[in-house]
Ligand binder design. Structure first.
Ligand code: GAR
Length: 195
């Protein structure tokens, strides 16, 4: 099997991308990251990518605050193809991916979400869990479809919620699970697809 090329889309710190890079470096994931794209020019994920000599570029969303315009999705698909990407990993990417990009990579776009889906889709799932008073939350890796955090689930790990948790302490514990689950699920899915 050839080694799959990953494309990463992120809007924030890029700790999940780092976990994927660490898994590659330690031999736990046989893959390479071909390109990192961000809708946020100030995102630390771009910095991290460049430090690792990975091509890192900004997606121009034409000043739209939350939408992912069709032209921007087409441009994203073009850049991903150009970089030879086999699998796309959303890693803290905060815009909804729709048709143009989904059609370009059918069943090839994964997302990591900080809850046990279908519970707490959407923003700040760790805060939603604390506010709902649940005793268990977790992490989900799923395929992306046109809904919000609704695609087929590929992997989950549960995380306990303690009575004295704040959104921040819970998110810190969830991140630890994310950094285990994402590289491992990418590995399994790539093997399943025989990439
Ligand atoms: C992660 O906790 C990820 O699950 C979450 O954003 C954080 C990004 O962190 N994603 C979502 O909430 C998507 N709806 P990172 O930039 O350090 O990987």
């Amino acid at each position: 099997m050839a080694m799959p090329t990953l494309g990463i889309l992120g809007s924030g710190s890029g700790s999940n991308m780092q976990a994927i890079l660490d898994a590659i470096a330690s031999g736990n994931l046989d893959a390479r990251i071909g390109i990192v794209l961000s809708d946020n020019p100030g995102a630390h994920i771009l910095e991290r990518a460049r430090q690792n000599r990975i091509r890192a570029e900004v997606i121009d969303c034409s000043g739209q605050r939350t939408r992912f315009p069709d032209e921007a999705q087409e441009e994203t698909a073009r850049k991903l193809r150009e970089a030879g990407v086999d699998l796309v990993c959303l890693a803290g990417f905060m815009r909804l991916v729709k048709r143009p990009l989904l059609d370009a990579f059918p069943a090839r776009i994964l997302n990591i979400h900080p809850s046990l889906l279908p519970a707490f889709p959407g923003l700040e799932a760790w805060r939603q869990a604390v506010e709902a008073g649940v005793s268990e939350s977790g992490v989900t890796v799923h395929l992306v479809d046109a809904g919000m955090d609704t695609g087929p689930i590929l992997g989950q790990e549960s995380v306990a919620v303690f009575p004295d948790d704040t959104p921040e302490t819970l998110h810190a514990r969830i991140r630890i699970a994310e950094h285990r689950l994402y590289p491992e699920t990418v590995r399994q899915y790539a093997a399943h697809l025989k990439l």
